[in-house]
Ligand binder design. Structure first.
Ligand code: FE2
Length: 283
């Protein structure tokens, strides 16, 4: 099974630049074209939140329009920039967006997809009005039940907020509420192959509760790689990328592999493929 993960489009209405700089329409179009050109085409596209930058209805209309050419089916978890009800209205055929866990008067979109060789679990970490993420006791009980029900199947948990600090200091100021409980729960379920997140607009990897937790590069803009204590909140227009997660059998062992694929501005932007062998270099 091949899964493409894309994240953090921060889509603005067409013609509006995000933060006065970023044209967010073009990179999403390029990402969709890029995925459709992959060979093999992924079985599924996983989107880990912040599909739009604000809740403008034009952004959601544009979002549906830009995602519609995608060849593989896609699944969504919301980010802190998303409006959950608008996501449901924009994608009414995505029934799983109506699955919810009620916690402190808020409905969290939590679901498990059982039709794949890997148990795919979408977890909503977004409380409306809050920038940082969290995980409360009802979601914890649901995740415990969900993982226990299919303990023999490798699992991927995907969510917007990473349950760990990144050393990008201004992003770490808001601790993921309940990360210790989340860590403890993951530690009890060795079948969890990955915890896949967005939010940090950079690829980051760490050991977490016996598994690997990662954040995905963004489509809209990348956070500056600035690990100083006083790093300001800034972004760069570095090339966007996606993550490709491959569940496969290699050397007689089932495993989940993750590759990163850089999204070109246009097909053929990066020269290649060039053979390593059989070519004589000119002197
Ligand atoms: Fe984001």
């Amino acid at each position: 099974m091949l899964i493409a993960q894309i994240s953090d489009f921060h889509l603005k209405p067409e013609g509006v630049l995000a933060y006065g700089v970023a044209d967010t329409t073009k990179p999403l179009k390029r990402a969709v074209d890029h995925i459709n050109r992959l060979n093999p085409v992924p079985d599924l596209v996983m989107i880990t939140g912040d599909l739009v930058d604000e809740g403008a209805p034009e952004s959601y209309l544009l979002l549906r329009q830009l995602l519609s050419p995608l060849k593989p089916p896609f699944v969504i978890v919301p980010g802190n920039h998303d409006h959950k009800e608008s996501l449901r209205k924009t994608f009414p055929e995505h029934n799983y967006l109506s699955c919810s866990i009620e916690e402190k008067d808020e409905a969290y979109i939590c679901f498990a997809l059982d039709d794949f060789p890997v148990h795919l679990i979408g977890l909503d970490t977004v409380t409306p009005g809050e920038h940082g993420g969290g995980f409360g006791p009802k979601r914890r009980a649901w995740l415990q039940r969900t993982l226990s029900a299919r303990s023999g199947l490798p699992a991927i948990i995907f969510m917007h907020h990473p349950p760990f600090a990144s050393a990008i200091r201004y992003m770490d100021k808001e601790e993921f509420r309940g990360w210790r409980e989340f860590h403890a729960l993951i530690s009890e379920h060795p079948q969890v192959e990955r915890v896949l997140c967005g939010h940090l607009h950079r690829p980051i990897f760490r050991h977490f509760g016996g598994t690997i937790a990662t954040t995905c590069p963004a489509i809209g803009m990348q956070l500056c790689l600035d690990l100083r204590e006083e790093a300001p909140s800034t972004f760069m227009m570095e090339p966007p990328s996606l993550m490709l997660h491959l569940w496969t059998d290699l050397w007689g062992e089932k495993t989940l592999l993750t590759h990163i694929s850089v999204i070109e501005e246009y097909p053929g932007q990066y020269s290649g493929p060039h053979p390593f062998f059989g070519v004589v270099s000119p002197k």
